[in-house]
Write a protein that binds this ligand. Structure first.
Ligand SMILES: O=P(O)(O)OC[C@H]1O[C@H](O)[C@H](O)[C@@H](O)[C@@H]1O
Length: 553
């Protein structure tokens, strides 16, 4: 279909608009700054809402959004790159995305299996041989979610699109979808076959990573010679890392596992926050007597590591490690993190490393945007990082990149080898010396039943806010508890040598509760303070909390 036929403001030329298309609530596809939906049938209660026509409309909407921002003096057609992770719906959605883009009159450049950070990178690379830079990029991924889901992340050279942009794109997509006909779809298939080009962009991206390590090592060709590093890609898109990054740098990678893309994720959930995933990479390190283990999520924007003794660098401990590296390079700098980070991390960054810990909100885009904002108002910040394993550095143009986070660790290994100052990953373990972790750290996710009468027709957000307000009132009268003086999200309270944070999830009808305490008894005391308040809200499922206070002692 021609671009004007699908432009949101163009009148529909289709007399026979396809009424048989499923009615889709496009707003429900928004997940913060991403789009997420169900692409594969078969899971009870989860009907498909990311169909091919829906996908086509979303891609066309992104192209039209991009075109509205295009420099009017630029005459060349817009170029949009498309990549995907290992999901079983990837190919079908890639085809539909490509049709949507080409129907809007833009060029499609397919990368095939790719990582999310590579897609952003393609908007920055200056290399006409690879048709770069592209004007926009679409990554087809649903990160670590189950096999039946899929979704999209969008990038321009300013970074990932924010919530308001995604809302705008979905509004445009809904209009496009409403005007779509079978005839349009046939035409767009024809247009796509002419506008698609394929490029091995991952070769550029991986070579950038290799060059970054070589450069940091003083232009040594194989700075990781002698190191044994195992990688667990969880059957996602990160299988390139051993062969395309570590081996060219001289590392041995035998024992790396789950490198083959498999969208059914048969081994474990590709998620460094998942306990079984961390157990798998830890075991691989120990079995292979490796110096270091590296694990990625499905689309490689998140990562974690394991040292040669099997000790994990994930969540707060990964932030402590990367902070130590960044603060060596930029003394006194500010580290921006998400809201669920520990008190131990603050004291490590501020007392041991001499930096400032700016604990902000959950959400990788939130922490990146906050770090950029701080720099713009004169506060130097070089690192924005979440406990989820998302992390971005100023030196890497704030690219949210799990692979680049690992590059920072590789640089450290390489420099220790060059100066003969340490063996294995001891140089990394030494960097977090003095970082204290709470004996008990739990996260519970308390669900709000949106159909419950107690919501009285209101939204789950309003209900969640009411829970938080009530908790604030009840805890303020308890002398053993103190509300955190600065807190950007939810309610964070200290007491009994620990703390808790109750907040609204960014996307779900859920109140996540984090508790950290020096002992089980103290964790129970903190849990009871929360339970006391939340039990007055029958639509909130507090059974996990009830369980915790009964089971912990
Ligand atoms: O608020 P929650 O439900 O805990 O989810 C928070 C998470 O949402 C998404 O997955 C984002 O990509 C993460 O950056 C964020 O940490």
């Amino acid at each position: 279909m021609a671009w004007n036929a699908i432009h949101p403001h163009a009148p529909s030329t289709c007399a026979n608009t396809v009424s048989s298309f499923e009615k889709i609530d496009f707003r429900k596809l928004q997940n913060g700054s991403d789009i997420r939906g169900v692409a594969i049938s078969g899971v009870e209660g989860e009907p498909i809402n990311l169909t091919e026509p829906v996908t086509e409309a979303i891609a066309a909407a992104f192209a039209s959004w991009l075109s509205d921002r295009k420099n009017p003096n630029e005459s060349r057609r817009l170029r949009i790159s498309v990549g995907h992770d290992s999901r079983i719906s990837a190919q079908t959605l890639q085809d539909a995305v490509s049709r949507g883009i080409s129907s809007s009159g833009s060029d499609v450049i397919q990368y095939g299996l790719a990582s999310t950070p590579a897609m952003f990178n393609s908007t920055l690379t200056e290399d006409e041989n690879f048709l770069c830079p592209v004007d926009g990029a679409i990554m087809i991924t649903a990160s670590h979610l189950p096999y039946n889901r899929n979704g999209f992340k969008f990038f321009t050279n300013s970074g990932g699109l924010g919530k308001a942009d995604i809302k705008n794109i979905l509004e445009r997509a809904e209009i496009i979808y409403g005007k779509c006909t079978i005839e349009n779809l046939k035409e767009s298939a024809k247009a796509a076959s002419m506008a698609i080009q394929r490029v091995d962009y991952m070769a550029v991206y991986t070579s950038d990573l290799v060059q970054a390590v070589r450069k940091a090592a003083g232009n040594v060709e194989k700075p990781l010679e002698g190191f044994h590093i195992v990688v667990d890609a969880g059957n996602g898109a990160g299988g390139f890392f051993p062969g395309k990054v570590l081996e060219p740098l001289g590392a041995i990678t035998t024992g790396s596992q789950f490198l083959e893309p498999d969208g059914l994720f048969p081994n474990h959930i590709p998620n460094p926050e998942d306990k079984s995933a961390m157990k798998a990479i830890t075991q691989a390190v120990l079995d292979n007597k490796a110096d270091l283990g590296i694990i990625f999520d499905t689309d490689v924007d998140r990562s974690a590591a394991v040292d040669s003794t099997g000790r994990e660098f994930n969540r707060n401990r990964l932030i402590a490690l990367i902070s130590a590296i960044v603060l060596e390079e930029h003394p006194g700098t500010t580290v921006v993190t998400d809201s669920v980070t520990s008190d131990g991390l603050t004291s490590f960054i501020e007392k041991k490393l001499g930096g400032r810990h700016h604990r902000f909100k959950r959400g990788y885009k939130n922490v990146i945007d906050e770090a950029i904002r701080l720099n713009s108002v004169g506060e130097e910040a070089h690192l924005a990082i979440e406990t989820s394993g998302h992390g971005a550095l100023k030196e890497n143009r704030w690219l949210d990149d799990g692979a680049y986070l690992m590059v920072k660790l590789l640089n450290k290994l390489a420099s220790a080898r060059a100066s003969d100052s340490a063996s294995g990953s001891k140089v990394l373990t030494d960097l977090v010396e003095g970082f204290e972790e709470a004996a008990i750290a739990v996260e519970l996710r308390l669900k709000i039943d949106q159909k419950h009468a107690n919501l009285k027709g209101g939204s789950f957000r309003d209900y969640g806010e009411a829970v938080l307000k009530h908790l604030e009132n009840t805890t303020s009268s308890d002398p053993k508890l103190q509300k955190a003086p600065v807190n950007h999200e939810g309610l964070r309270v200290s007491g009994y040598g620990g703390w808790f944070l109750l907040r609204l999830s960014l996307h779900d009808p859920v109140l996540p509760l984090n508790i950290e305490a020096p002992s089980k008894e103290d964790a129970v005391r903190l849990g009871l303070a929360v339970l006391e308040a939340v039990k007055e809200f029958p639509a909130l499922d507090a059974s996990a909390l009830l369980n915790l206070v009964q089971v912990l002692p």
